[in-house]
Design a protein. Structure first.
Lengths: 472, 301
């Protein structure tokens, strides 16, 4: 047996301050109240951050409003220079940011290093390129920015979601107030430092940390012109309600319960990789995760045997170890939800299986899990679990696969596995999902629009389409 | 044999993008300290130390064989390699040095590297090598016949060579660089195994594209699935282009996470290589002494 020795990435590449204030108008200012952010893999406190109050949000929005006048008046080529500069600094500091992201979020370093950070830089590079070409984006000859954008992002890809929100907003000439998630505020605060390093004019980017209430003040603030939210469908609904009738523009990127459909002519070994990547990537904390496996009945047994064998090689543990495949669950609350829904799965009669794996004593952990014998009537087939839990369903014909795949209130993503090109195109055409992957899963690119159907939200992020949300 | 054809074409397809991504992902595994030391010694034991040149002489082959027995004269704890691999004409020379040592003697036969010779010539080539003392035969398949869809011809040749091998182990070289697609690699792997191969091997080292991680991954999946179906275990040998310890370790990771322990042994996995050995020795010395020794501290045969 070839046992890999521990290969921890060095923590010393990142210096976390004992406390952080709010980044408003180009400076860090202390908040009245504070809260702690912890490393979910050890429950160790990483830092104390400010809990943004309504007054703090007022100051941040006012700063963004003041900065908007000059920022939006700059030629696109000038705004592009700042974005290019930010992108380059992100690349230069990518190792530091990757370690930070793994510490605060719990995701394995190989993902923050090889997926998150390269994509973050790519998003800034991509939208930097658009800044001086907006008249050619297809939204009229002289599209204008909206004003101040209030942006609220989730904890699953903290820095990447920040990039998805801030890069197009700034390229289009808007200024922003961004609230990072309560459990993962640190990379946004490091990004604030990058803005200063890039000499971005004060007020163009403001970071207000806090909890749900802080986010609510921000999206309900009367001087915010545009609200962008990524997170749960439940909160998305509240935001849509509060924004209704105000004239604010709104984009929502919400939950998902994606079907990953494997036909009997699929490339089996790669499909198994795709299933694993679809549900265990980032501990399943992915809104577009392939959390429902729909497998053709004729190959179900063989495929599940391969999947179980493959799952047995997953390495769960220290997120900073370079060989870790599955890291820590982001918070105690999320772990409780995953645990609860899994127990419901068992109670409802689905068969639960996890590979043998020892989990660390401290921190929040959940073994990679699959449920077989799941039907559309099971709650684990309908509700978003947002964890490393896969529900396996079977189908007999392509029509049945499509019907089951679409039979969900969500519609963010889907996957199709088949060696037959005509089938892939025909099925993709009928899936009601914003993204359909063929013979791959969880592939992202700044040039490709991303967003949902139905209760997965509206509006698109990424690509030329992503600019529309920030232009009038 | 239309059965053979439908069997080979009924194997699941291989998605090129997916298999290359998987191989690249496994290539990022970090194998350090104790794990690296263990991997290096295992890799040394898996080397088929090879010389296949027109310029090979008895002197060269004797030197290479001596090195196979004692790769690092300065360090008696260094294990011997798995085998020496030479042309049939050089088999008796190598045999003199290796006999009784436990280091295997492999010989390429069957009109290596092109395979473009009549069957009786190939069989005579094989019998000669075995008679000279080779206990492993590396044969090439007729890629021409394979690409023309004449699977029966390829199958029958392998069966005939296997018979000519007698007790010697048969490694079947697919020359994956000429088969071009991963689907072909999977089919050729199954074809060779069904015909009786003890090992399947990627390449001759004589065409521009030799062993790659994704090709080896496809072959490992094939031996895994073949054993699951038939109960018979077949070995895998990537050959050509593997030059560094870093590369070799990536292959070991591939075995570890695709087929597991059962193949992590020189009985079931070999590296066809020549310059790889010195890099393994250099890294081994670095691990034990803490510093790199210059190339002149390692023998050049």
């Amino acid at each position: 047996m070839l046992e890999y020795a521990p290969a921890p990435e060095s923590r010393s590449v990142v210096q976390i301050a004992p406390s952080y204030g709010l980044f408003i108008d180009g400076d860090f200012t202390p908040g009245k109240d504070v809260f702690k952010t912890i490393n979910p893999a050890s429950e160790e406190v990483l830092s104390e951050v400010a809990l943004g109050s309504p007054e703090d949000v007022d100051r941040a929005v006012a700063a963004a409003r003041r900065a908007f006048e000059t920022w939006s008046a700059r030629p696109g080529s000038e705004r592009a220079k700042y974005l290019f500069r930010i992108a380059r600094i992100i690349q230069e500091r990518s190792r530091e940011l990757a370690v930070l992201e793994s510490l605060d979020n719990g995701k394995p370093i190989k993902e923050s290093r090889d997926v998150d950070l390269p994509l973050v830089a790519a998003h800034f590079f991509y939208y930097a390129g658009w800044a001086d070409k907006l008249p050619y984006a297809g939204f009229g000859p002289s599209p204008r920015p909206l004003g101040v954008a209030g942006q609220v992002i989730p904890w699953n890809f903290p820095l990447l979601m920040l990039a998805w929100k801030i890069a197009p907003a700034l390229a289009a000439g808007n200024t922003v107030v961004l609230k990072p998630a309560e459990t993962t505020p640190l990379s946004a605060l490091f990004f604030a430092d990058i803005c200063r390093q890039a000499e971005l004019p004060p007020g163009v980017v403001n970071i207000v940390t806090g909890a749900g209430d802080t986010g609510r003040y921000l999206v309900e603030h009367p001087d915010v012109d545009k609200v962008a939210f990524t997170g749960s469908t439940e909160v998305g609904r509240q935001i849509a309600r509060s924004v209704a009738g105000t004239g604010k523009r709104l984009t929502l990127e919400l939950g998902g319960k994606a079907a990953n459909i494997v036909f009997d002519d699929a490339p089996i070994d790669q499909a198994v990789e795709g299933i694993v990547n679809g549900i265990f990537f980032n501990q399943g904390h992915v809104c577009c995760a392939g959390s429902r496996l729909l497998v053709q009945e004729s190959i179900a047994e063989q495929l599940l045997a391969s999947l179980k064998r493959r799952m047995s090689t997953l390495r769960v543990g220290d997120p900073l170890d370079k060989n870790t495949d599955v890291g820590a669950i982001n918070s105690a609350a999320q772990l409780a939800r995953i645990t609860e829904l899994s127990e419901i799965g068992t109670e409802e009669g689905a068969e639960r299986w996890s590979p043998e794996c020892s989990l660390p004593d401290r921190g929040f952990w959940f073994a990679p899990t699959i449920f077989t014998g799941v039907t559309q009537a099971h709650r684990i087939a309908r509700e978003e679990i947002f964890g490393p839990v896969l529900s396996v369903l079977t189908f007999r014909t392509p029509d049945e696969a499509i019907e089951k795949a679409n039979n969900t209130p969500y519609g963010l993503s889907a996957g199709i596995w088949s060696e037959k090109g005509s089938r892939i195109l025909a099925v993709a055409d009928k899936l009601r999902a914003g993204v359909v992957w063929a013979n791959t899963f969880n592939k992202f690119d700044p040039t490709s629009p991303f967003g949902g159907y139905k209760e997965s939200g509206y509006g698109r992020e990424g690509g030329r389409h992503g600019l529309e949300a920030y232009l009038a | 044999m239309s059965d053979l054809r439908s069997l080979l074409h009924g194997l699941p397809g291989v998605d090129k993008v997916g298999v290359e991504a998987r191989a690249a992902a496994l290539g990022t595994r970090s194998v350090k300290t104790t794990a690296k030391a263990q991997a290096i010694d295992l890799a040394i034991r898996m080397v088929d130390l090879t010389t296949l040149e027109g310029a090979d002489t008895p002197g060269k082959v004797r030197a290479l064989s001596a090195k196979a027995l004692r790769p690092d004269p300065a360090d008696p704890t260094c294990p011997p390699v798995g085998a020496v691999c030479v042309y049939p004409a050089m088999v008796p020379v190598a045999f003199d040095v290796l006999k009784g040592s436990g280091v295997h003697l492999a010989s390429v036969a069957t009109a290596f590297p092109s395979g473009q010779a009549p069957l009786d010539v190939k069989l005579a080539d094989t019998r000669d090598a075995v008679a000279g003392g080779a206990d492993e035969i590396d044969m090439v398949i007729s890629r021409g016949a394979f690409l023309a869809g004449d699977y029966t011809k390829v199958f029958d040749e392998i069966v005939a060579v296997k018979e000519a091998c007698g007790p010697a182990h048969l490694k079947v070289i697919l020359e994956t660089g000429e088969l071009a697609t991963y689907d072909n690699v999977r089919r050729a792997s199954w074809l060779a195994m069904l015909a009786g191969a003890d090992f399947i091997k990627t390449s001759t080292g004589k065409v521009p594209i030799a062993a790659t991680l994704p090709v080896t991954l496809v072959m490992l999946e094939a031996v895994r699935d073949y054993r699951a179906q038939t109960g018979r275990q077949v070995g895998v040998k990537p050959a050509g282009g593997i030059r560094t310890t870093k590369d070799a370790i990536k292959y070991l990771v591939l075995i570890n996470e695709t087929v597991g322990d059962d193949w992590l042994s020189p009985d079931w996995f070999r590296f066809g290589a020549s310059s790889l050995l010195n890099d393994l020795l250099m890294q081994r010395t670095k691990l034990t002494t803490g510093h790199y020794a210059g190339p002149d501290y390692f023998t050049l045969d």
